[in-house]
Design a protein around this ligand. Structure first.
Ligand code: F3S
Length: 290
């Protein structure tokens, strides 16, 4: 029997880079904070907590922290996670004399640069994405003028500013490409003078595509990820369609596998917040026990 991991599974490039940054920073001996949980995975966050990493949950919490004295300067590092933050947060950290370790994903950083430049040139920025998502809040915080966040085509249809307004459209990195294109067309039909930057990251799509490819050939599929993680649920849905015997597990304890002798290939995939360690554990368990 063969055990195969989907080509793209688990952390995307940006999240892996951010998590690795935290572990590297622990070695520095400084007091380490992350601005928001570094990844939506309780085990990773609690492992970091055990190693002394604290989480600053809100801007208010940061504002209430004391300003470090000249002697204490450089003793505290705050790590910015892959989603990025508004420019204002960097300014606050600077005023607090705290070191900022920027683990913003380069793909998100690119959006910050675009909206910074285009809004400084007088364009109205349109962000297509979820207004409550920290990534979108971060992008908004790099706009120098007017900005609108839209999540649906209906909202795009309702959008109305004077026709001579120059607009610049960007997208949240995880937004659906087809929907993005559709919304862009709505703007173009409305006759706006627009510039469009496709800022969608293909990590999500790649993960889904490789899960589907593997599920097609596998006799059994195991999907690892948080119960509340929407991208993991989506993977489960995709795999179930292709492979009738698909399991959704959070940790190895949830796995109660029964494998008939005829099973030749067990496929494994994992959601975006699932650490490698857990994926390896599941892989090894299946390899050793069956
Ligand atoms: Fe991940 Fe960066 Fe893409 S955080 S989903 S690689 S934009």
């Amino acid at each position: 029997m063969e055990v195969k991991l989907a080509q793209c599974a688990g952390f995307c490039f940006g999240v892996k880079r951010a998590v690795d940054t935290v572990y590297e920073q622990i070695e520095s001996g400084k007091t380490i904070y992350t601005y928001g949980p570094i990844v939506h995975n309780e085990e990773v966050v609690s492992d970091l907590e055990k190693k002394g990493v604290k989480v600053i949950e809100t801007k208010q919490e940061l504002l209430e922290m004391p300003v470090l004295s000249e002697d204490d300067k450089g003793t505290v590092s705050v790590i910015i996670r892959a989603h990025g933050v508004p420019r204002e947060i960097y300014d606050i950290l600077d005023k607090k004399n705290m070191d900022c370790v920027d683990a913003t994903c380069p793909f998100v950083k690119r959006i910050h640069k675009i909206v910074d430049k285009e809004s400084a040139a007088g364009k109205h920025i349109i962000i297509i994405g979820n207004p409550g998502h920290p990534e979108v809040e971060g992008i908004m915080g790099w706009c120098n003028g007017s900005v609108t966040v839209l999540e649906t085509p209906e909202e795009a249809l309702e959008f109305d500013v004077p026709k001579n307004t120059k607009i610049c459209i960007v997208s949240q990195t995880t937004y659906n490409y087809k929907k993005f294109q559709y919304i862009v067309e709505i703007f173009q039909k409305k006759g706006y003078n627009d510039s469009v930057a496709n800022t969608i990251c293909n990590a999500t799509e790649e993960r889904q595509r490789s899960a589907q490819d593997l599920a097609k050939e596998a006799d059994v599929m195991i999907v690892i990820g948080g119960k509340h993680s929407s991208n993991t649920r989506k993977l489960y849905e995709i795999c179930s369609r292709e492979c009738a015997q698909t399991y959704f597990i959070q940790t190895l304890d949830d796995l109660h596998l029964e494998l008939p002798k005829a099973v030749r290939l067990v496929g494994i995939t994992a959601g975006a917040s699932t650490p490698n360690k857990l994926i390896e554990e599941v892989q090894n368990y299946v390899r050793i026990n069956f």
